[in-house]
Design a protein around this ligand. Structure first.
Ligand SMILES: [Zn+2]
Length: 409
């Protein structure tokens, strides 16, 4: 029997089932095509006591993250986001040569490099050894570790207690949520600030972004729930930004609740009211969401089948984790989408998990001239449409499926 990873309640209600699928980041190599893949149920649960939306835990996370193929530096949009963030927080919190910035799940150093440029001392903490090695090669100090209370105590002993603890797209990924948030507090200097970015559950539901639900994302946060999670561990959320990244994210700012070095911004209360007004504290809200998900599935499958009937060819753009939830849930294989392309050379030559769609170099699109290019990472569709604008030369059209099927003229 599953228990809520925040409050421990056994009253978890399943609000959406996306079937039984492989792990979204486990692309398959040519040699392994004849082997079966491990699959796990993908079901969204909501706690009736604290309203945390979550997945049940199914496997030790070290298996997922120790050889991770996602390198943040391959997205120019994301790099610009990181650069702008570093500039903003460095000024707001007066970070300089005497400060320490620790980033949790620091990936290949895509963000910390901008602090290094400004002369701010940093440490990256990254569980995937192959990704951490790329950061170290670029001169970004990085330790291979998961953030736990034990590793946080060790880092503090080594002199890494932080003025700023950054975590982008990691809070949702941690199975041991309480241990992780307690560890953040341990890492934080008395007047320090934590910023965490994560997809906003409000936007996920309002825009039917069900494809961002996959096994590596254990929790789906609204602001009012994350405030409760942080409060349980002596941390106060004092400000929040609404961001456009990943289809709509929150960036929360937290500090020690007992020291409260910062006053709580009115943005916090305003967003909490918006969430409660939308019904996010009620089960009906999540049940309506499941109906919208079924609609998107119908639209996508109908589009692909009719394209096939008309003899049109559809290629995918991108092999993001979110694409795999969509492809597997809708049952879309090579018969409907011949291949997908990705700029990340670590993914090229592999096959998507479950549906086994080949991942190729974007150059293939110019040679093959497909009728439709279906952008799976809809969150960076503007960037992709600019990069791949050449498809319009042969009458190719861009397609996006979320929040609803849209074919661009
Ligand atoms: Zn709960």
């Amino acid at each position: 029997m599953a228990r809520c990873r925040h409050c421990g309640s056994g009253r978890l209600r399943m609000v959406l089932s996306l079937g039984t699928t492989p792990l979204a980041n486990s692309n398959v190599s040519e040699e392994r095509l004849s082997e079966p893949e491990p699959v796990f149920p993908l079901e969204l649960l909501v706690c009736e006591d604290c309203m945390l939306a979550q997945l049940d835990e199914y496997e030790a996370p070290d298996h997922i993250f120790t050889d991770y193929a996602y390198f943040s530096s391959w997205s120019t949009t994301w790099l610009e986001h990181a650069r702008a963030y570093v500039e903003q927080v460095s000024e707001r919190f007066a970070l300089g040569a005497a400060s320490m910035v620790v980033e949790v799940a620091s990936n290949d150093g895509y963000l910390l490099q901008y602090f290094v440029e400004r002369g701010v001392p940093v440490l990256g903490v990254e569980p995937a050894a192959n990704v951490a090695a790329e950061a170290v090669a670029k001169g970004i100090p990085t330790q291979v570790a998961f953030l736990t209370q034990a590793s946080a105590k060790r880092l503090v002993a080594e002199g890494y207690q932080a003025d700023l603890v950054v975590g982008n797209n990691v809070l949702a990924h941690v199975p041991a949520l309480n241990d992780f948030v307690a560890a953040l507090r341990i890492l934080l200097k008395p007047a320090g600030v934590i910023t965490m970015e994560f997809p906003h559950l409000y936007r996920l539901v309002e825009e039917t972004q069900f494809d961002t639900i996959y096994h590596e994302h254990f929790s789906y946060f609204s602001l009012f729930v994350v405030i409760a999670v942080f409060a349980r561990h002596g941390l106060a959320v004092f400000d929040v930004d609404r961001l456009t990244t990943h289809g709509g994210s929150l960036r929360i700012y937290a500090c020690h609740a007992d020291k409260a070095p910062y006053a709580v911004s009115e943005r916090v209360g305003a967003l909490e009211s918006l969430e409660r007004g939308a019904g996010m504290a009620t089960m009906e809200y999540y049940e309506r969401f499941a109906e919208e998900v079924a609609r998107v599935k119908r639209e996508v499958v109908e589009f692909l089948r009719s394209a096939k009937r008309e003899g049109k060819r559809v290629a995918g753009y991108g092999a993001p984790a979110k694409g795999n939830t969509l492809l597997n849930f809708c049952g879309i294989g090579r018969d409907l989408v011949g291949y997908t392309v990705d700029r990340n050379p670590h993914k090229q030559g592999l096959y998507t998990p479950g549906m086994r769609i080949p991942i190729r170099d974007p150059k293939v699109v110019e040679e093959d001239k497909p009728d439709y290019l279906w952008i799976l990472p809809w969150n960076i569709k503007d960037e992709v449409m600019e990069q791949m604008a050449g498809i319009r030369g042969w009458g190719g059209r861009f397609v996006v499926a979320i929040p609803r099927l849209h074919i661009y003229d």
